[in-house]
Design a protein around this ligand. Structure first.
Ligand code: NAI
Length: 462
């Protein structure tokens, strides 16, 4: 018996997160008809369970710290406490407003939003609750989930993922954060600011190990100062329940106890049982393999976002969604340069980077072909006003363009836009040094670093 027809569209998109909805919006602008399917809310992980709510928590954490430290600015204030209900109401309000705006955009663009769990049942068809949605093109955008480790059972109470952590109605008195990557350091930062005793357990030799080594060292120094405990270089072995929490054991037998353990050991692609392999799509450890035009090699099926190997970042998903919509519309967009995607970790201190780390640049071009320059925020007026420490590090090809920009310190994420332009335009330091940066801004730190690298330092030593 044939299934009821949900309709035929230019594009059927499975997954309405950052990658999926960006594809839908761009496709609609290009006058393509779109069905956008999701089993949960429009906006996906980033809007509801990721970027937006965590950054709201981090902002509340910053306010708590500023209140604590207000005396050094001559302002008298006492931090009476953290009202988690109030913090959550603020966080949920931010998400709700953005969600409403996004729903409005979809409506305005006449995108058909289908609520339900979809499955790819043919090369051009996604089935939802027995209804078939046919697309001249299909985009897979089913995102990712919090990974766990063998023998580590997430119960949502004592052993939790970031999703549970975002919904906690209290500040845990103590927390173990398993994994010192992006999620790990962001939550460690929030909970410490809210008054918890925090210990990060990281298998690799340093925190934020994907970043430049000097950046990791600075984050570690700052965390030590903030009394955030961390143990690096030893993988986690097991977790047991205690009378009022958990006990984690790391290689070598050392144990740590706390009220909760947050699992932050990476995110896996959501691709199981969705019919992808049955339609001939190649998966590698669950990730969908595509060519650089994000085509799966099967029919007219594309993939975007966290299911495609590479950085699992919302803005990469947005860009990939736009790219595929334009590709389908025949605009032949330029492929996305993955190295040019900016990265920000919103902990205190904040980390922002684009391009190659010093180690990667030396590996790629040879140690003698690469030079670096570190500009200390101690020379930057605005950073001194904010009383933040940190630095901007430039990695350049000798007599060539900038290969990487790495920054650590308060609000450095806001500078990544300029760093990204410099990187993506393959600018030479001498060209950037000619740009006038407003004074006093933290942006000047970038300008000063480029001046120094061009041999004409202003508020810095060469
Ligand atoms: P991650 O890959 O950044 O970090 C996971 C960490 O867990 C790694 O450092 C890894 O060495 C460690 N680990 C793995 N197994 C371990 C073991 N057995 N014992 C101890 N440590 C172990 O992944 P994370 O932090 O879970 O984030 C997931 C994704 O979400 C990332 O791709 C990230 O880019 C994205 N995200 C981005 C944010 C941002 O842009 N600000 C914020 C939060 C997440």
């Amino acid at each position: 018996m044939s299934q009821p027809n949900g309709g035929t569209f230019d594009i059927v998109i499975l997954g309405a997160g950052s990658g999926g909805y960006a594809a839908a919006l761009r496709a609609a602008e290009l006058n393509l008809s779109v069905a956008l399917i999701d089993k949960a809310e429009l906006g996906g992980t980033c809007l509801h369970r990721g970027c937006i709510p965590t950054k709201a928590l981090l902002h509340a954490a910053e306010i708590a710290d500023q209140t604590r430290e207000s005396e050094q600015f001559g302002v008298k204030a006492d931090l009476v406490g953290i009202d988690m209900a109030g913090v959550n109401a603020y966080k949920d309000g931010v998400v709700a407003r953005l969600y409403k705006g996004l729903q409005g955009l979809l409506k305005q663009d006449k995108i058909t939003l289908v609520q339900g769990a979809g499955k790819l049942v043919a090369k051009d068809t996604v089935e939802v609750d027995g209804k078939r949605y046919t697309g001249r093109n299909v985009i897979l955008a089913t995102g990712s989930y919090s990974r766990s480790l063998p023998g580590l059972e997430v119960d949502g109470k004592r052993v939790i993922t970031s999703e549970h952590a975002l919904k906690l109605d209290r500040v845990p008195s103590s927390a173990i954060v398993l994994g010192g990557g992006v999620i790990g350091v962001e939550f460690a930062s929030v909970w410490k600011s809210f008054g918890a005793d925090v210990t990060i357990l990281e298998a690799l030799p340093r925190l934020v190990a994907a970043e430049d080594e000097e950046i990791s060292k600075t984050v570690e120094r700052a965390f030590r100062k903030r009394k955030i405990n961390f143990k690096v270089g030893k993988p986690f072995e097991k977790v047991e329940h205690t009378s009022n929490g958990v006990r984690a054991t790391i290689a070598g037998g050392e144990t740590v106890e706390a009220e909760v353990l947050l699992v932050a050991v990476g995110r896996g692609p959501t691709t199981a049982n969705l019919g992808y392999e049955q339609q001939g799509i190649t998966l590698d450890r669950g990730f969908v393999i595509t060519n650089e035009r994000l085509h799966t090699g099967v029919g007219n099926i594309y993939a975007v976002g966290d299911i495609v190997p590479g950085l699992q970042l919302a803005h990469r998903g947005f860009q990939q969604g736009i790219f595929v919509a334009e590709e389908i519309a025949g605009l032949r967009p330029a492929p996305i340069d993955e190295a040019g995607i900016p990265r920000v970790t919103y902990s205190d201190p904040e980390v922002a980077s684009v391009g190659l780390t010093e180690a990667k640049a030396k590996e790629q071009y040879g140690a003698d072909k690469v030079s670096t320059y570190n500009y200390n925020l101690g020379g930057n007026g605005k950073s001194q006003i904010l009383k933040t420490a940190g630095f901007v590090k430039l990695v350049r090809l000798n007599d060539g363009p900038v290969l990487g920009v790495h920054m650590v310190g308060a609000r450095m994420g806001e500078l990544v836009g300029e760093a990204q332009l410099i990187y993506n335009w393959e600018a030479f330091p001498e060209e950037v040094a000619q740009l006038v940066h407003a004074h006093p801004t933290q942006n000047e730190a970038l300008g000063e670093a480029f001046l120094a690298l061009s041999g004409k330092p202003l508020h810095a030593h060469s």
